[in-house]
Design a protein around this ligand. Structure first.
Ligand code: DAH
Length: 369
């Protein structure tokens, strides 16, 4: 006995009704039109053409139809799926085109820009200047000496014969580490390297020290709390002020060329006796500006001379503090500010330029090493 044919159940295959199919197709088309990006379109494709999409599910129902109705239903589904596939294809192309346009704008390269000029940065002229200064002393047979930037108060002041009540020893001028009674300061000059060099080296000592120094000045056109100094020290038997003068002459010639006259003006420093300020003749006007009616000189302010630093014969107390017998040895010392030298040697008018690190300032000084 054969069983009766399974009858056509319109409820079971309602997804194949024209209305239902139209609705599923229209929803798919609306979602495709609304997809604003390729990612969104991918999700829409999955939702409306994937295995679990209404149209795919309807397609599966065809088998449940009586054979006579299958062709008709198949045509309707095919048309709906075809419309959706076409809409997906069109929208995909539109969105790809949009993306390509966006990439072209966002990743545009200006091919007219120079390609062979990678910015290299620049050496800071303070570095170059310190190397030049050191070179002059090295060529005279001196060695480089170093000391710490965070220095014992004893080296910074006591060993250099600064009395306990010297004004430089207050927080007004000096950066103290933590508090005033720690005995530790940021060195206010490179002179403490004098005592360090004498304590750590065999005599005779011929050294030059360069580096950062610190004072509680506000940054302005002519001051900076962090600056640089150079210090020369010679301690040997029989050194006199003539040796000091000769070394400074050689230094000025080495740094400025042209055998410029140097003069010493009496002054006072606790660590030298006698002490002097060092002037060199102006390397621009060569003293011509002091003559009446001559062109004013911007480098020396028409003084004819430029003050470059301080010097003197090492105070016997300093030698004693550093364990050197002042009866047998004598010495001279010479110190100067590197920023100040850069200012007058290169016409730098504002200290800000030196601390800001803008390569528009540093580049014109060149890359010399
Ligand atoms: N240390 C001094 C200062 O900071 C500069 C100086 C003067 C150094 C005389 C010296 C010197 O070696 O002999 O102002």
């Amino acid at each position: 006995m054969s069983a009766p044919n399974k009858s056509y159940d319109p409820v079971e295959v309602s997804s194949l009704q024209p209305d239902e199919l139209d609705q599923a197709r229209d929803e798919a088309l609306a979602a495709i039109a609304a997809a604003g990006s390729l990612e969104a379109l991918k999700e829409t494709r999955l939702a409306h053409t994937g295995d679990r999409s209404p149209l795919a599910l309807a397609n599966r129902e065809i088998g449940a139809l009586p054979p006579a109705a299958r062709a008709e239903a198949g045509k309707r589904i095919g048309a709906a799926r075809g419309a959706v596939a076409q809409a997906l294809k069109t929208r995909q192309a539109e969105l790809e085109e949009e993306r390509d346009q966006r990439v072209l704008v966002e990743e545009a390269v200006d091919v007219t820009l120079p390609w062979d000029r990678a910015p290299r940065g620049a050496r800071h002229p303070l570095t170059t200047m310190q190397e030049r200064m050191a070179d002059v002393f090295l060529s005279m047979g001196f060695e480089i000496a170093e000391g710490p930037e965070i220095e014992a108060e004893w080296f910074n002041f006591d060993a250099l014969n600064f009395k306990p009540d010297h004004p430089a020893r207050t927080m007004q001028d000096t950066f103290f580490v933590e508090s005033e009674d720690t005995g530790v300061v940021l060195r206010t000059h490179t002179s403490p390297v004098q005592a360090r060099a004498l304590l750590s080296r065999e005599l005779p000592v011929y050294v030059v020290a360069l580096g950062k120094t610190f004072r509680t000045d506000e940054l302005d056109a002519t001051h900076t709390p962090v600056f640089h100094q150079m210090e020369g020290l010679a301690v040997d038997e029989g050194l006199t002020m003539a040796d000091l003068k000769g070394a400074i002459d050689a230094f000025v010639t080495g740094l400025f060329g042209g055998h410029l006259p140097v003069r010493l003006r009496p002054s006072y420093f606790p660590f030298t006796e006698p002490s002097a300020e060092v002037d060199m003749q102006c390397f621009v006007c060569r003293g011509a500006s002091i003559e009446l009616g001559a062109e004013p000189c911007r480098t020396c302010g028409s003084e004819g001379w430029i003050e470059i630093g301080g010097c003197g014969m090492v105070n016997p107390r300093v030698l004693t503090a550093a364990g050197v017998d002042p009866e047998r040895y004598s010495g001279w010392a010479f110190g100067l500010g590197v920023e100040r030298t850069l200012m007058f040697r290169h016409g730098v008018k504002d200290m800000h330029d030196m601390v800001e690190g803008d390569i528009r300032f540093t580049l014109p000084f060149g890359m010399e090493i």
